[in-house]
Design a binder for this molecule. Structure first.
Ligand code: AMP
Length: 213
């Protein structure tokens, strides 16, 4: 039996992945708050718990055979170096545009003209592509967190960020003005691993798929 390394995205996706792994008999067999590399209850599977944006890189380079990662991260990462065989339908949310409630940028009739609209986001590639397709030239301001703050302090006119319940936007006086895409977590697989560990990975993917059904 080949040893399989599964990369998990820290944070909300990890929380939603753990019950799934437990049901598969692959839950962590170690302290996930301290260890970055944890054995699982299945002796053939090791878990690595890393930042979401690093999961595609680990899997692409074969440092992990497969991973669980948000579609937002995959879209921003780009390329087709990975197989994406399963939508897990967990950590579901949407990637949306939001503006300060009552501001000209919250007007459904369109943005005011005059200068380029400033968009704060953690997702510059998705954002650039989305607005370019609509013929809008925007100025992108890359941030690493707390996007909601940017329009409140005049750093940006609008934001592009993940929205789930909408509570964070509401609490900060922002309003969702458009949805770019729906997001859920996906299983991604290294292409070489898929060939070399075909039996073990095929079996694992079938088990994950059957849980979801
Ligand atoms: P909410 O207040 O429920 O709309 O959640 C919004 C906040 O949680 C924002 O800061 C988002 O970046 C973050 N968030 C929402 N859904 C997800 C998700 N599926 N994965 C990671 N972060 C998320």
């Amino acid at each position: 039996m080949s040893l399989i390394t599964l990369a998990l995205s820290k944070g909300r996706i990890l929380e939603d992945s753990l019950p799934l792994l437990e049901r598969l008999g692959m839950g962590p067999a170690g302290d996930i708050d301290r260890l970055l590399r944890v054995p699982s209850q299945d002796p053939n599977v090791h878990l690595v718990i890393i930042r979401p944006a690093d999961v595609p890189t680990y899997v692409e380079h074969g440092a992990a055979d497969l991973g669980i990662v948000g579609k937002d991260v995959l879209m921003e990462h780009g390329g087709s170096a990975l197989y994406e065989p399963l939508d897990l339908d967990i950590a579901c949310c949407r990637l949306s545009i939001a503006a300060v409630k009552g501001s000209p940028y919250a007007d459904p009739g369109g943005w005011p003209g005059g200068r380029r609209v400033r968009v704060a986001t953690k997702y510059p590639e998705i954002t650039r592509h989305y607005f370019a397709q609509r013929g809008e030239q925007v100025e992108i301001i890359k941030l690493y967190g707390s996007m909601e703050l940017a329009p409140l302090v005049g750093l940006a006119d609008v934001i592009v960020d993940l929205v789930d319940t909408g509570n964070t936007l509401r609490a900060n006086g922002l309003i969702e003005t458009g949805i770019i895409t729906r997001i859920s977590s996906r299983v991604v697989v290294n292409k070489a691993s898929m060939k070399m560990k075909h039996a073990a990975l095929g079996d694992l993917l079938a088990r994950i798929g059957s849980l979801r059904a």
